[in-house]
Each structure stands twice: as structure tokens, then as C-alpha cells.
Design a protein around this ligand. Structure first.
Ligand SMILES: *Cc1c(COP(=O)(O)O)cnc(C)c1O
Length: 502
């Protein structure tokens, strides 16, 4: 309502001129209607002429090939058949947390009430969304031990960026604007140093010890050396080496003692929810990956949500937006980022409950340790804690096999496809290794199926080592074996059965 006499309506590109005429006729109550064609002709296009598209769009045949539902259904099925997704096999991608995206979590996303609201809809028209975001923020505060949450960042990496901007703004608000050094352990995820650079900080890398833990003495020395310029530490817990870093409280204390803020990368939250909270053991700010820990599907690249949690002293520096109370510091176009997928996380947390979430973390850790124990006599586990345990993922060291047999991580990953598995993460964070994260979603049967495949693959590698299988023409080097190979001419020294149906 514009005033006592005037009413305004906003329509989008899905409304036609006929819709406008119908609406107008309703309000006109029988009075003469304007000449719509003339009005449309006199209206100025808001897209500048230079920006109007000239080239043809959607010209690939696929956009004009499928006209019946039957055909479209078969086309989609054909695409799905090409994909090795969670509906066929575990995807044990370390650091990625490829867990179940339950149907009941996903269904609300299809509701127009969540999916068709404009991100800038006036607050009085989006009260339900407000309730959703308020409740979700409260639940994520409870899970992380932080005081405030921003749901705006669209990815973990964007959360890192928002978090470092908050740290920078905090230092500046105290007149501490010389603080621009960001310490990052060498085990960090690649996004950490990239983010620090983007936030205008200088990266100083700190060492790890032989067990994969942060070298605390090196960290202390660098914190002291840079104490006048220390802005932040970015650290991942449990570490990207898949271990609960025992010195984490001491590490956070060292940074605070020298004027820095602690950014705890929360991508590994799947090992912590209900068990411990970054806001309680020394973190000032963390991002979460709702598309890892909190069930938003992310095979194929998104969309994601990377909210950040902060302690109260950083809350004034969370991302703002032109449509929010705090106007400054937006990190993406919409005030609540990828808001339409937040119902997935809300459903997950509400259906699991506190006790369920804790049990999920315990099972994720148990599953990783089960795999680590079953496979360690076949492939050395690179890093474990002082009790011999891993966190929610484990790194298998395949480098010695490369020397003894010429078989690489790539060959093992390809061979796993013949066994019907998606490969684990390769060569991250250590080149020549596989990082396996089973998550709580996998049953013991599926874990055993995976371990059995890995053990069979180790036997094949042994056959290469002792010369039973040819050094170059073997099932590992030639994997994956396709249907075309199965029916084609066969020239390998091993059988089709061994190749295709291991
Ligand atoms: C996935 C991940 C990130 C980045 O998150 P994105 O959502 O992919 O941007 C950062 N740190 C760690 C340890 C991660 O595993």
C-alpha cells in the first residue's frame, strides 16, 4: 500500500501482460481499461541496450530434444546411471563428509513457501522464514558454543572470509590496525591460506611434527616473533590429518596471549557435534559446513551454506546487509545467503535431537576407527593420536607401495570403481595417500564390503610386487574396466572375470 489511495504490486518475469490486464480489470470495477499495448510500447526497457543479449541461447540439441514426460524421465535416468552417487555406494571422501541426505530432510525444499520467496521480500511477509533462521541460529549456537551465528556465507570458504573480516574489523575497532599476520599450520586445507590472502593478511606457515600435530614450540616461536602484528591463527580441529590435536587448548592460549584471535575451521564438525564445541575450547570464530556436517547434499558442487559462529566480542562484526539492521560487511548478495536450503539442516537437527546428534558423532568416529583398524595391517595409517585412534577419518599411506610395485593412489582409486566404490580423497592433505571418511551413515556391512575390496586390492598389488601380475599390464593400471572392454577383444594376461567382476 503506497498511501490512502494507491496500491503498488511487484511482478516478476513469469507474469504476462494478460495477467496484468486481468488484475487491472478486477480493480477497475467496470471502468474503462488503459491501452496496454500502447503502454508497453512506451515503457522504457531497464536493461541497457549494450547489455541486451545478441547471441543465441540454449542452442545445444539437448535443450530441444525431449518433449514428452516419458522421454525426459528416461533422459534423467540415463544421466543418473552415469553417476556413482550415494544411492549406489558409500563415498568415503575424507574432509567432505558425504553422509545421508534423508528424504524427509529434503522434502520441505520442494515447498513453494520455502523455495519461491524472494530474498528481499519485506520482513512482514517472511515471518515464517525469520522463525526458521532464528531457531537454526539458536541450535547452531548450542552445537558450537558460540554466542552469535551468521547464516549468510554460501560456502565454508566464504565463511572463512567473513570470519577473518570480523577479526580484522575487531582489531581495527580497538585501534590495533597493525595486526595482519595469520598463522596457518602446514596441514591446513588450501582454502585457509587463500582466504587469509583475500582478507588482506600475510600468511606465516607453522610446522607439524612427525605425528602430524601442530609443532607447538614452532607455533609459540612464531607467535612471539610476530606478537605486534599477530591477527589470527587458522586451525582445523580435529586436524585435516584426522586426529584430535591434544594441544588445542594450549595452542589457542598461546595465540590469545600474544593478541591474536583464533579461527577454528569447523569443516570437521562431524567429529564434534554433541561431544565438544569450538567456542568452548578456545575458538573466537568458526565456520560450519552445513553441506557437510548438517546434511545439505553437495556432490557435484553445491549449493552450500557456510555459516560462521562467533564469541560475543566479534558479534558486532558479523556480515551485515542493506536489508538488515547492520548495513556493512555483506559477503553475498542475499541477507541469508542460500536460505532456501536451510530447512534441510533444521529438519536434521530437529529430527535427531541433541542425543541423536551426539550418537552420530560417536558413530562417525567409531566407523573411521573400525576401517583404520581393519586396514592398518594392509596399508599403514599415517597419523593417529597417542592412544592409536583416529578422529572421524583416516589417512592410508600408499607411498611405500609406489616404490615396491609402481602402483599409485590413482591406480587404487580407479580399481575401487571396478569394485563399485567411489574413490576416497586422493593426495590430500598428503601427496600419495588416501583419506577415508565413512561417516555415521554407513552400516557395518558396507564398511566391511569396502575393507574387503581394499584388502583384495592389496593382494593384487602384492601379485605385482612378486611378479605374478605384469608390472604394466595388470588390473590396477588398466582400471576401471568398462563394459566396452568386457565385450571387446581381450589381450590382457589376466582374465575378464578378474578385471570386470572382482
Ligand atoms: C571443505 C572444507 C573447507 C571449505 O569449505 P567449502 O564449503 O568447500 O568452501 C575448508 N576447510 C576444510 C578442512 C574443509 O574440509
Amino acid at each position: 500500500v503506497v498511501d490512502g489511495e494507491r496500491l503498488g504490486l511487484s511482478l516478476d518475469e513469469t507474469s504476462t501482460q494478460a495477467d496484468v490486464e486481468t488484475l487491472w480489470a478486477l480493480f477497475a470495477a467496470g471502468q474503462a481499461l488503459p491501452d496496454f499495448a500502447a503502454l508497453a510500447a512506451s515503457t522504457q526497457a531497464t536493461i541497457p541496450a549494450a547489455l541486451v543479449r545478441q547471441s543465441p541461447i540454449l542452442s545445444h540439441p539437448v535443450f530441444n530434444r525431449y518433449h514428452s514426460e516419458t522421454e525426459l524421465m528416461r533422459y534423467l535416468r540415463k544421466l543418473a546411471d552415469k553417476d556413482l552417487a550415494l544411492d549406489r555406494t558409500m563415498i568415503p571422501l575424507g574432509s567432505c563428509t558425504m553422509k545421508l541426505n534423508a528424504a524427509s530432510e529434503m522434502i520441505p525444499v520442494t515447498w513453494a513457501e520455502f523455495g519461491a520467496l524472494h530474498p528481499f521480500a519485506p520482513a512482514e511477509q517472511s515471518a515464517g522464514y525469520q522463525q526458521l533462521t532464528d531457531e537454526l541460529e539458536a541450535m547452531l549456537c548450542a552445537a558450537t558454543g558460540y554466542d552469535s551465528i551468521s547464516l549468510q556465507p554460501n560456502a565454508g570458504s566464504q565463511g572463512e572470509y567473513a570470519g577473518l573480516l570480523a577479526i580484522r574489523a575487531y582489531h581495527q575497532s580497538r585501534g590495533d590496525d597493525r595486526r595482519d599476520i595469520c598463522l596457518i599450520p602446514s596441514s591446513a586445507h588450501g582454502t585457509n591460506p587463500a582466504t587469509a590472502q583475500m582478507a588482506g593478511m600475510r600468511v606465516v606457515v607453522t610446522a607439524c611434527d612427525a605425528r602430524g600435530n601442530v609443532d607447538i614450540e614452532d607455533l609459540r616461536a612464531k607467535a612471539i616473533e610476530h606478537r605486534d602484528h599477530l591477527a589470527a591463527l587458522m586451525i582445523t580441529y580435529p586436524s585435516t590429518h584426522g586426529v584430535f590435536e591434544e594441544g588445542i587448548r594450549e595452542i589457542c592460549g598461546i595465540i590469545h596471549d600474544h593478541g591474536g584471535q583464533v579461527y577454528i575451521d569447523g569443516a570437521n564438525m562431524n567429529a564434534m557435534v554433541g561431544l565438544c564445541a569450538p567456542g568452548k575450547f578456545g575458538g573466537d570464530v568458526s565456520h560450519l559446513n552445513l553441506h557437510k556436517t548438517f546434511c545439505i547434499p553437495h556432490g557435484g558442487g553445491g549449493p552450500g551454506v557456510g555459516p560462521i559462529g562467533v564469541k560475543s566480542h566479534l558479534a558486532p562484526f558479523l556480515p551485515g546487509h542493506a536489508h538488515m539492521a547492520r548495513k556493512e560487511g555483506a559477503v553475498c548478495a542475499a541477507p541469508f545467503g542460500s536460505a532456501s536450503i536451510l530447512p534441510i539442516t533444521w529438519m536434521y537437527i530437529r529430527m535427531m535431537g541433541g542425543a541423536g546428534l551426539k550418537r552420530a558423532s560417536q558413530l562417525a568416529i567409531l566407523n573411521a576407527n573400525y576401517i583404520s583398524r581393519r586396514l592398518e595391517e594392509h596399508y599403514p595409517v599415517l597419523y593417529t593420536g597417542s592412544n592409536g585412534l583416529v578422529a572421524h577419518e583416516c589417512i592410508l599411506d600408499l607411498r611405500p607401495l609406489k616404490d615396491s610395485s609402481g602402483i599409485s593412489v590413482d591406480d587404487v582409486a580407479k580399481r575401487l570403481i571396478d569394485f563399485g566404490f567411489h574413490a576416497p580423497t586422493m593426495s590430500f592433505p598428503v601427496a600419495g595417500t588416501l583419506m577415508i571418511e565413512p561417516t555415521e551413515s554407513e552400516s557395518k556391512e558396507e564398511l566391511d564390503r569396502f575393507c574387503d575390496a581394499m584388502i583384495r586390492i592389496r593382494e593384487e598389488i602384492r601379485a605385482v610386487e612378486n611378479g605374478t601380475l605384469d608390472k604394466d599390464d595388470n588390473p590396477l593400471k588398466n582400471a576401471p574396466h568398462t563394459a566396452a572392454e568386457l565385450v571387446g577383444e581381450w589381450s590382457h594376461p589376466y582374465s575378464r572375470e578378474q578385471a570386470v567382476y572382482p
